[in-house]
Design a protein around this ligand. Structure first.
Ligand SMILES: Nc1nc2c(c(=O)[nH]1)N[C@H]1C(S)=C(S)[C@@H](COP(=O)(O)OP(=O)(O)OC[C@H]3O[C@@H](n4cnc5c(=O)[nH]c(N)nc54)[C@H](O)[C@@H]3O)O[C@H]1N2
Ligand SMILES: Nc1nc2c(c(=O)[nH]1)N[C@H]1C(S)=C(S)[C@@H](COP(=O)(O)OP(=O)(O)OC[C@H]3O[C@@H](n4cnc5c(=O)[nH]c(N)nc54)[C@H](O)[C@@H]3O)O[C@H]1N2
Ligand code: SF4
Ligand SMILES: [Mo]
Length: 700
């Protein structure tokens, strides 16, 4: 390293029948942000997609779903032209219209609704179908230019970010590339990278091959857990208790590095006194693990200086998820592992990139007096919950880009009821007729990442990467930037970003930040922002005001219900606990070959995932009188789905797991798994709680 873009042209085949290999970057919402090489067969067609070796985090490895991206980009169901609704809402009946008619209609409706209720009635809604900053976030420029309702993004990283930042102060961590050569223990905490970021696995297995131990903390025996030396199958939402009891053992048995803590932590003595009462037996009752296994793992962790914890998002998706994340980040501070090459922890690096976002997001236009609506509370918002609406007008007009909330949001019954409202004008810009698009008044066809230019930060590694379009846009598909600028023109929105090309926006954002210009970045295969050892390992201090790691979490900085949070790490007892009526805890986990709802239309993924399946402990199956393949009903007060049983060892009785955000057509009840999940905000200030759900399971 650094990556050498000049390696690429030598691979470009010159023969007429051979594909040309073109550099690109995976745009998906996955911390790997892989460097790709795409086989271009002609100006409109791709072949296989490969992981590139120009980036030593990707190191030639990508997931199977993106390797067969041709299935998606050339799928017969790609949207090809704009359409307007001709049948009832959600009926899927549409007629073809021109781009001009479509954009004119959207602009007229936005103006009409704003005239009736004020501009806050319009709520542009987006997420991370592409992670490219220009195409993803340009919608915010339109929002701010028009004074539309602001956006509080909570569906993915809010809980995990807050939990990490509460102690470390900033979203960056130790470089995962160190693991291969230097870590003696790798802990994959609360994530399933075999499914969700294969590159983490690749680096962890390189360490294991050298003799490092691999430990996985996950409520069920995932593909990742199957590769581990030790799997601790905690009850969902109890990682805080496990981490605190580990600290109890670390202090008691002499594994705590008091010199390190004196220099680098805020309150080691208070922490020691606090965890003295949090025994392994106390944690055993909460986590469902045996006290011995907690002690054994604590000793293993304490005895290994070069221990690396990869903190994932999965375990933060509970009401107490931020507290649990903070508790886990305290562990390397107690042992001083942060100071070791190959030691410490990583959750994400995404705050490391200096890129200037002013033009992309229209930051110079932000008006903080405008209400900020919570993304994950779409159901309550669209069904008129006054608290969710913050006392403001109803939401009566939306542009949805880059997300499929009719499948991925919690409380789907409310989401669907809201999206079906006659007085809601809905425009959806999409690649496919998703369940969300089916509710739209106007549907617009979108390009894929292969059909437009953009640039990408990464969370799992430290490269900032520019990618150029690889093939021509499909049919009449247009990129997000075009739609935003087309609407801005019709609405009279003013900002220089509406008159720039994506490439100009990129160069502006890079130049202002003193980064390589877009062309240089592309040629070099990405700019690496890895920090030197001292900084990466926080030896020159953590990113807090006093430069120390905070055992006493700074919850106040996040607002909301911060006063209800434990200051020192602890088990925060606010989860949706099992009850006699709802005796099971549901984890609604990611499937290997879907990416949220994306790829749930591709044949390779559907074949592998088969059908919605519930994994249950064999004892629970026996108690219910069900066997492999039987149908069961799974539900709670919010909704109900029918799934097929797969008895599984390696998870606790009382814990059930359904992988994948399956389309509604695969469920007899006509609604997906998120009908059961809750839109309750996690502590301290929001964040979706997809794995924190009490349910009943009934045979038949
Ligand atoms: N194939 C595939 N890849 C994906 C995605 C996908 O849907 N499919 N989604 C993408 C997105 S948007 C994101 S944000 C990332 C997320 O990726 P990661 O940050 O790696 O986290 P996940 O793999 O989602 O974590 C899921 C795991 O967390 C476990 N888990 C749930 N609750 C708890 C708990 O309380 N404690 C512990 N210890 N574990 C718990 C689940 O059992 C599951 O195995 O992945 C991305 N990559
Ligand atoms: N049960 C359960 N639910 C979950 C989760 C879970 O673990 N369990 N995970 C949650 C998490 S972490 C997340 S991040 C959310 C993610 O939820 P979403 O961000 O909604 O992710 P996707 O379902 O992948 O939908 C992205 C959509 O964007 C479209 N798209 C892609 N690129 C473009 C583009 O360039 N332009 C336009 N206009 N559209 C584009 C795709 O076709 C796709 O339909 O889901 C959440 N929901
Ligand atoms: S592992 Fe993640 S970043 Fe890499 S190709 Fe697959 S989805 Fe994209
Ligand atoms: Mo996510």
């Amino acid at each position: 390293m650094p990556p050498d873009g000049s390696a690429l042209p030598s691979k470009i085949a010159s023969g007429a029948n051979k594909p040309t290999l073109v550099a690109s970057v995976c745009p998906h919402d996955c911390t790997s942000t892989c460097a790709l090489e795409v086989e271009r067969l002609d100006a409109n067609t791709i072949g296989r997609v490969h992981g590139s070796r120009r980036n030593d985090y990707t190191a030639g490895v990508i997931c199977e779903k993106v390797a067969r991206y041709a299935e998606r980009v050339h799928h017969p169901d790609r949207l090809s032209h704009p359409m307007k609704r001709t049948g009832p809402k959600g009926s899927g009946q549409f007629a073809r219209i021109s781009w001009d008619e479509a954009l004119d209609t959207v602009a007229e409706q936005f103006k009409l609704k704003a005239a009736q209720h004020g501009p806050e009635t319009v709520w542009p809604y987006y997420y991370a179908g592409t992670m490219g900053l220009v195409q993803r976030d340009g919608i915010n420029r339109l929002r701010h230019a028009m004074g539309y309702s602001r956006w509080y993004s909570t569906i993915c990283v809010t809980l995990s970010d807050n939990g990490w930042i509460a102690g470390v102060g900033y979203k960056r961590g130790v470089d995962m590339r160190e693991v291969d050569e230097h870590s003696d223990l790798v802990v994959i905490w609360g994530g399933n990278p075999v499914n969700t970021q294969i590159n983490v696995m690749h680096h962890a297995m390189a360490a294991r091959k050298r003799g490092a131990k691999l430990v996985v903390i996950d409520p069920y025996r995932t593909g990742t857990a199957e590769k581990a030396d030790l799997h601790l199958a905690v009850r969902p939402g109890t990682d805080g208790a496990l981490a605190v009891a580990m600290m109890h053992v670390l202090f008691k048995e002499g594994f705590a590095d008091r010199d390190y803590m004196r220099k680098y932590a805020d309150a080691p003595d208070e922490l020691e006194a606090h965890v003295a009462t949090r025994t392994p037996e106390w944690a055993a009752a909460i986590t469902g693990l045996s006290a011995e296994s907690i002690v054994d793992f604590a000793r293993m962790y304490g005895a290994t200086k070069k221990s690396f914890i990869r903190c994932h998002h999965g375990f933060s998706r509970s009401r107490n998820g931020a507290a649990n994340m903070h508790a886990v980040t305290c562990l390397p501070t107690v042992t001083g592992a942060w100071a070791q090459l190959g030691g410490g922890a990583l959750y994400g690096h995404s705050q490391m990139y200096p890129v200037d976002r002013t033009v992309i997001d229209g930051l110079d236009l932000v008006d903080r007096s405008i209400r900020e609506l919570d993304q994950s509370r779409l159901g309550p918002i669209l069904t008129g919950d006054p608290e969710a609406l913050q006392g403001g007008p109803p939401v009566t007009a939306m542009l949805i880009q880059n997300t499929n909330p009719a499948m991925v949001c919690p409380e789907l019954h409310l989401v669907h009821k809201g999206l079906a409202r006659e007085d809601l004008f809905l425009c959806v810009h999409e690649q496919f007729m998703t369940e969300t698009a089916a509710f739209a008044d106007i549907v617009l066809p979108a390009t894929t990442f292969l059909e437009h230019d953009d640039f990408y930060t990464a969370s799992g590694h430290t490269f900032f990467q520019v990618a150029k379009k690889v093939i021509e846009p499909y049919a009449e598909a247009r990129e997000n930037h075009d739609v935003i600028c087309g609407l801005a023109k019709r609405l009279g929105a003013k900002h220089r970003g509406f008159d720039m090309t994506p490439w100009q926006i990129m160069d502006d954002a890079l130049r202002r930040a003193g980064m390589w210009d877009a062309e240089t970045n592309f040629r070099q295969g990405g700019q690496d922002f890895a920090k030197p050892f001292e900084t990466a390992h926080f030896l020159d201090g953590f990113e807090t005001a006093d430069r120390k790691f905070h055992f006493k979490a700074d919850w106040k900085r996040f607002g909301g219900r911060w006063q209800e949070m434990p200051t020192l790490p602890d088990h925060m007892d606010v989860i949706d606990k099992a009850t006699p009526e709802k005796p099971f805890r549901l984890v609604a986990a990611p499937a290997r070959t879907f990416l949220n709802s994306t790829f749930s239309e591709t044949p390779g993924s559907l074949k592998r995932e088969r059908r919605p399946t519930i994994m249950m402990h064999p004892d629970d199956c026996a108690a219910l009188g069900v066997e492999e393949g039987d149908r069961v009903r799974l539900g709670n007060e919010r909704g109900e789905v029918v799934v097929h049983v797969l008895p599984r060892q390696g998870q606790q009785p009382g814990v059930v797991v359904v992988e994948g955000i399956w389309p509604r057509k695969y469920f007899e009840t006509g609604v997906g798994i998120n009908a059961l999940t809750s839109a309750d905000p996690g502590w301290p200030n929001g964040g979706a709680v997809f794995h924190d759900t009490a349910v009943w399971v009934k045979a038949g």
